[in-house]
Ligand binder design. Structure first.
Ligand SMILES: [Zn+2]
Length: 103
């Protein structure tokens, strides 16, 4: 187990109970790490990883992903539409509360 004694960003000696960054650098360490990750992953279609594992081909993975998303969104819009219609119907008849005809 090697213990680093200098800050990873500015190479200053670390204060006690700090593992990687000094006090000043630890505030921006997350920002810098995220920026590095984004630069490393630029252009990579990470959302296709699962489909790539299934199909083994990038264009086939893209096709499968698009087909899945298309059918998913179609079902979602249908669900939303029927829910809205049902809600409107209930609001018109007043049967949400169940008190509309209970005189
Ligand atoms: Zn530092």
């Amino acid at each position: 187990m090697d213990v680093k004694s200098n800050c990873c960003l500015c190479e200053q000696p670390l204060p006690p109970r700090h593992r990687k960054y000094c006090e000043r650098c630890s505030a921006k360490a997350s920002l810098l790490w995220k920026r590095q990750e984004r630069q490393g992953n630029r252009g990579a279609a990470y959302w296709l990883d699962h489909w790539l594992k299934l199909t083994g081909d990038l264009s086939a993975a893209r096709r499968e992903y698009n087909a899945y998303m298309r059918s998913y969104m179609r079902a979602y819009r249908l669900r939303r539409r029927t829910r809205r219609r049902e809600r409107n119907r209930l609001e018109v008849t007043g049967s949400i509360t169940g008190l509309a005809f209970a005189h």
